[in-house]
Design a protein around this ligand. Structure first.
Ligand SMILES: Nc1ncnc2c1ncn2[C@@H]1O[C@H](COP(=O)(O)OP(=O)(O)OP(=O)(O)O)[C@@H](O)[C@H]1O
Ligand SMILES: [Mg+2]
Length: 368
């Protein structure tokens, strides 16, 4: 991850002219209208105490405030902290936007109902009425007028994607979402769509290869600073905490859950918990199942193949179950978009591995 210390003091940057690389709006605001701020965070969670996300916050501010990115996506497995990070980001940047709205896809079963809700919000305080989100965003683009910008945060984006097949298509109720995303990326406006998702939508992956300032942050675990969580849980054997954090990938939700288990069953003694030879998942199983049930059969085969490799699976040695390359490579690519496999580059080629928790989950599945 790029460390962008220069944007830590981002507010002054916003008052300067936009960076040359940023997108520029098209229409004019001759009257220099400064509308009232309209922030709807009723669907957002409360801001939460955040550990170790300074670099991520700086990167997101750079993309949204300086580069004026039309679409930013935060991806990562359940519990890694997407919502928590986005909530803190919104708290820190909301005053740069006239409109801020936070919505959750799980509350809207169709694209139409989501669009209607967003249009209802965007149409407030605007005399001209339009029929599409895009028209509202376009009509709000005035040069030098950051106050007319909107920030739309859409959480749980994975709810719009199909399950049981590769990450490519939307559920029928959301079938036109890809088109809307492309239009938002390519149209002239200075608002931003912030998507939070388990999986990276194909359109987003493709847009990133074009020159339209769309970005994705794949959120990683908390690393060493997750020790703060363990401290709060009053665990003991501090010398074993890093091992515990690495085994549970620094995922704050997984660590919170497992720390409660350690407190409950081992009175907080991490060494005793770690003395068992296989990793205990307990209450993590249903959470991991939510990811696993979304996979296609060929992705499940790859997961099983990787779970049984001590040193990962090389892309050049496909398992015998796959006769053709298309399905094998498609499944690997889809698992990458889901953030379920890690890639290491070696002299022999790309080697894919599973995080210990996921490996254990897949093993448990194959034994049940
Ligand atoms: N940086 C952090 N510091 C401390 N706690 C955190 C941090 N990030 C997340 N958490 C805690 O971890 C839990 C999961 O975080 P969050 O809900 O943001 O994950 P998520 O990625 O949005 O998960 P999901 O995809 O299931 O919605 C929450 O209880 C949150 O308080
Ligand atoms: Mg979330």
């Amino acid at each position: 991850m790029v460390i962008l210390t220069s944007v830590a003091k981002f507010a002054p940057i916003l008052n300067q002219k936009k960076a040359t690389k940023s997108r520029s709006p098209t229409t004019t605001n001759p009257d220099n209208i400064q509308p009232k701020k309209n922030h709807d965070l009723t669907d957002a969670p409360k801001p939460h105490n955040l550990y170790n996300r300074t670099n991520e916050l700086a990167t997101l501010k750079q993309w949204i405030l300086v580069e004026n990115s039309p679409i930013v996506t935060i991806t990562g497995l359940s519990g890694i902290g997407k919502t928590t990070l986005a909530r803190q980001l919104v708290e820190e940047i909301k005053d740069n936007f006239q409109g801020v709205i936070w919505r959750n896809h799980s509350k809207f079963t169709t694209l139409k109902s989501l669009q209607t809700n967003l249009i209802e919000f965007l149409s407030q305080e605007q005399k001209t009425k339009y029929s599409s989100i895009l028209d509202y965003l376009r009509s709000r683009s005035f040069p030098g007028g950051e106050t007319h910008r909107c920030l739309i945060i859409l959480d749980d984006f994975q709810e719009t994607l199909t399950t049981g097949e590769f990450v490519t298509t939307y559920i029928p109720e959301y079938k036109n979402y890809g088109k809307l995303i492309k239009e938002i990326a390519h149209s002239p406006h200075n608002s931003c769509l912030l998507l939070l998702s388990w999986e990276k939508p194909t359109e987003i992956a493709n847009l990133e290869t074009e020159n339209c300032h769309c970005h994705t942050l794949q959120l990683q675990g908390l690393g060493k600073s997750a020790t703060e969580l363990l401290k709060l849980k009053k665990l003991t054997d501090e010398d074993k905490w890093l091992e515990l954090i690495n085994l549970y990938s620094g995922n704050p939700l997984w660590l919170n859950i497992i720390a409660s288990t350690i407190q409950d069953l081992f009175n907080g003694r991490v060494s005793q918990f770690l003395s068992y030879s296989s990793l205990f998942l307990g209450d993590l199983e249903p959470i991991l199942h939510e990811h696993y049930r979304r996979l296609s059969e060929s992705e499940k085969l790859i997961m099983l193949w990787l779970a049984n490799q001590d040193f990962g699976g090389n892309i050049c040695n496909k398992p015998p179950e796959f006769s053709g390359n298309n399905v094998f490579l498609g499944a690997i690519q889809s698992l990458r978009k889901r953030g379920l496999i890690k890639k290491n580059v070696s002299k022999e080629g790309s080697v894919f591995t599973l995080e210990p928790v996921i490996k254990q989950y897949v093993k448990n599945q194959s034994n049940s």
